[in-house]
Design a binder for this molecule. Structure first.
Ligand SMILES: [Zn+2]
Length: 333
């Protein structure tokens, strides 16, 4: 279950990692979002400032690396490190070292002021244009987003963050882009979850951030799911009718067999005897089918009438109580 959800999420992110912004404004917005979502600042050795971006997805780091190189002309140093936790996936880290370099990127990305203060929320200058809003949301999804496999019953897309200001900023930004997102506080994990649950909205989000393949896959699955639900409803309905017919027919066979065992069949008028024999020979046939087998053929309602009379006589004869089950006019044979 979890694997399937992961793989759709993962494929969506791989697709997004391949989309490179054409404009510098969008590159800045996307890189800012990636750093906001997955970056952290720390000192190393003799007060050397380090910005690290950490993720399970190597393609996200490759993208961040290329954005830094192409748009900020800074050299980064990336290496893979395994997590210490057993059973968890490998994590990858990208490092940018040196106070001046780190500051240059963070100030340009609107994450840090020139006085070295960090911004918690989303800097409005990053998301003025529609193109940049899409790039920003793409970056956040790449860093901390996930989407449930559309094959599953419920649709769900979420963005997770530990920063409250950032969470409210995301809800506001989503709203600006036409998405009514929900916000959940996960107290246990100390995190905020911005989510979409409506399949239409999720589809629009995927297409907005340019995950076109994922969007098509979602829509295709929705169509197939809708069709399957309709077919299932029809089949269930047919099956229920068929079961009723069969249950009633077998009940008739049981009663009539009991009756013939007591040699009552000869006592029946000819037409009724024919009906009883047809039922015994064709336990699974509908009344309409039995009617067609009669000589001369009769309608379903005539056969129904004859069968009821047979059963009534049989009941009197054998003392059987419950003989009329649901077979009546309900099924169409
Ligand atoms: Zn832009």
């Amino acid at each position: 279950m979890r694997q399937a959800a992961d793989s759709f999420s993962r494929r969506t992110k791989e697709e997004l990692a391949r989309r490179f912004p054409a404009r510098e404004c969008c590159a800045r917005a996307e890189l800012a979002a990636i750093i906001h979502a997955t970056g952290s600042l720390h000192f190393q050795g003799s007060h050397r400032l380090v910005l690290s971006v950490e993720s399970e997805n190597i393609f996200l780091l490759r993208k961040a690396f290329r954005l830094l190189k192409d748009f900020f002309q800074v050299r980064t140093e990336a290496y893979i490190k395994e997590t210490e936790c057993l059973g968890r996936r490998r994590r990858y880290s990208l490092y940018l070292r040196g106070k001046e370099r780190v500051k240059k990127v963070l100030v340009a990305c609107g994450i840090m002021t020139r006085r070295f203060e960090l911004e918690g929320g989303i800097n409005p200058s990053l998301v003025r244009n529609d193109c940049c809003r899409a790039a920003f949301l793409r970056g956040v999804f790449l860093g901390r987003g996930s989407i449930t496999d559309p094959q599953k019953k419920d649709y769900h897309l979420e963005l997770v963050t530990e920063n409250e200001d950032f969470a409210y900023g995301l809800v506001y930004l989503m709203d600006l882009c036409g998405f009514k997102a929900g916000l959940n506080v996960n107290r246990r994990k100390d995190s905020f979850v911005v989510y979409l649950k409506d399949a239409d909205a999720i589809g629009r989000f995927l297409s907005f951030v340019r995950a076109y393949t994922a969007y098509l896959r979602l829509e295709e699955t929705r169509v197939i799911k809708g069709m399957r639900e309709r077919v299932n409803r029809l089949v269930n309905c047919e099956t229920a009718n068929l079961e009723k017919t069969l249950r009633a027919a077998w009940k008739q066979v049981e009663i009539i067999s009991d009756f013939t065992g007591k040699e009552g069949l000869d006592a029946l008028p000819e037409k009724l005897r024919e009906a009883a024999l047809l039922r015994l020979e064709n336990p699974e046939a509908s009344l309409r089918e039995l009617g067609k087998m009669a000589v001369p053929p009769v309608s379903k309602s005539t056969m129904n009438y004859r069968m009821r009379r047979v059963l009534k006589i049989a009941k009197n004869f054998t003392g059987e109580k419950e003989i009329f089950s649901s077979e009546g006019n309900r099924n169409n044979g």
